[in-house]
Design a binder for this molecule. Sequence first.
Ligand SMILES: Nc1nc2c(ncn2[C@@H]2O[C@H](COP(=O)(O)OP(=O)(O)OP(=O)(O)O)[C@@H](O)[C@H]2O)c(=O)[nH]1
Ligand SMILES: [Mg+2]
Length: 216
Amino acid sequence: MSRKKSQKSKGSSSPASSSIPPSKENGKVGTESQSNGMAMSGRPSLSNSGEFYDIAFKVMLVGDSGVGKTCLLVRFKDGAFLAGSFISTVGIDFRNKVLNVDGVKVKLQIWDTAGQERFRSVTHAYYRDAHALLLLYDITSKTSFDNIQAWLTEIHEYAKKDVVIMLLGNKVRRKAEISVLYNVTICVLQEYGVPFMETSAKSGLNVDLAFTAIAK
Ligand SMILES: Nc1nc2c(ncn2[C@@H]2O[C@H](COP(=O)(O)OP(=O)(O)OP(=O)(O)O)[C@@H](O)[C@H]2O)c(=O)[nH]1
Ligand SMILES: [Mg+2]
């Protein structure tokens, strides 16, 4: 379960590595997953892990560096929390998970992007194939919240017009806790018409719910 280190000093824009632990179900840029054609035939298809699915969607996790995109994906996929020192994702990577949504097997191909500015040009290329975007901010970081608007502008510039967007306020500590940004968030969302949920990659709060909602 090693997490590769970000090569901050090199300033590389190579999309070849990420901080997600390797598995049979994750992939790198340039593999079959890069193709635009998501399986949506009438017949079930077989995923890499040997699971059948009826329909497949590509979901992208975007947001500032450190908001918890990789942790959210690992929590959703493996049910674990990546504790310890924070290691930034380098480039872009993906994991697959098949969900049962109202009797339909939905394969989500989830792309974990690097939040660091220097990888922005790499991630731009992937927006146009995304069916849904999970835009994360950290409820304890006002900066990450303030940057939502810039992320939405970028999404509107690079993603498909009909892309589904959901905003996630991550790092909620307790179930009953309402983040200080909550009310502001609601106003911003009313303006943009974006659904919103608060999550915790650490405790797992609302993580499955968020991915299931996007799959619907
Ligand atoms: N308390 C708490 N910490 C979290 C949570 N999610 C992530 N973290 C911590 O936040 C830090 C950043 O998490 P990552 O998932 O690596 O952040 P990221 O958004 O993938 O960052 P980049 O890869 O640089 O874009 C790590 O130290 C995590 O342990 C959460 O729900 N609660
Ligand atoms: Mg990451």
